[in-house]
Design a protein around this ligand. Sequence first.
Ligand code: NAD
Length: 492
Amino acid sequence: MTTNGQLRNFINGEWQRSQADAYLPVTNPATGQAMAEVPLATGADVDVAVGHALTAFPGWRRTPALERVQYFFKFKALLEQHIDELARLVTDECGKTYAESIGELRRGIENVEVACGAPILLQGSMSEDIASGIDELMIRQPVGVVAAITPFNFPGMIPLWFLPYALACGNCMILKPSERVPLTSTRLFELLEQTQLPRGVVQLVHGGKEAVDALLQHPGVKAISFVGSTPVARYVYSQATAHGKRAQCQGGAKNPVVVLPDADIDMTTRIMADSAFGCAGQRCLAASVAITVGEAQKRFGEAMADVALSRKVGYGLEDGVQMGPVITAESRARIERLIGAGQREGAEVLIDGRGKQVSGYEDGHFLFPTILQNVEPHSELAQTEVFGPVLSLMHVETVEDAIALINSGRYGNMACLFTSSGAAARKFRYEVEAGNVGINIGVAAPMAFFPFSGWKESFFGDLHAQGRHGVEFYTQTKVVVERWPSEWSRKF
Ligand code: NAD
């Protein structure tokens, strides 16, 4: 996978050394051990990749969709065959538990499966006789060379939100994964290589901002798919569109969960423990704020405190571990600072996960589950995406107040409700301003055949990742109006 510990780019069907001068270390966040060095690609690397993609595009575009998806049937089989090894790699570079890594890979594979339906997903439409003797049809054609820029927290899944659809639709793709977790993408590309996709159809460029800027500015790149934090999503969207590209940019989140007094508190706390502390809270669908309504406050707060304290924290490849570290020491320091800010702004720390160590893993970036109560809705803690295992508790008197509180926020990635009332559930689903909604669900992650929605500052663009949205994003519609007068036909 590496040469002398250094990762390579996958360019025009070959593993090539980057033209970068600078490399970053890739470190296991649980053990602190160095795993590899990742190059920070330059504009020259990107230019070479785009050049090869442009060369490959005409032939790939003309390859029938039914033939294109055959590569993905092979890829799916390879992913299944290597899922254990891939999951270990995800855990080692990203920190989540082995079970969580398997879960994300399953979600990634699901997207490969859905993209294999491209022959039917790409179908257009036709109307005969829109005027006498005139027909009109709409066909979908690929947009050309496209790029995906992905974050650190789902290295096995998020590249697969984009790559299978882009290629199955006839585009050539360049992936620029997060420089913090480049090993999983590298392994995914080694498996893609085994499918014998034509050269230049899919390429991997490792790097950071310089590589992203080169992709955003390159006239050969027609579309950008991005997932990451809101400030970068906003920047990428503005730059991509200013350079005439289509863009879909998924950003950060601050996901609220409302608990009504009629909710099943045992089930709610069990689900909420995973939603708030699963993947160490480093999930764009993590529950970050729990809003209790009426009498739910006391029972829910006590039950959550119990589940937070009992969660086993450690190295994700060890048996029984339920939560891994956060990605870097800087990330842990940033989260601890936010907890401190919440305290200073009046919140009470119910369970404090700061300053704890995991025996044998003293170099790991561990932060234990943390719960703060009476968090002030306008405080820095309440307004900022924490991206760590921290749950803020707030309280209101009615479901209307809870919905109003949620709708006053900047983000709209997910909102969930726990209740046994159908009427309350319907009201919530109808009125809440979020793209993904869960009813008695803690992580409302859409299956691959639904769009991964997201509203407000959690998303910039209109067509989301996955499913039909992916197919629409990676194709442009062409409408043809035809007249074939019968007098031009030879008589048979
Ligand atoms: P990030 O924004 O730091 O990085 C994402 C990508 O952008 C990386 O590939 C990185 O190299 C690149 N990048 C970083 N800074 C850049 C800059 N200044 N200019 C150009 N490119 C830049 O995000 P992250 O820390 O890797 O991931 C966590 C974030 O992603 C969280 O905010 C999380 O909510 C969000 N996320 C959102 C979703 C979603 O579907 N909405 C899914 C997963 C993660």
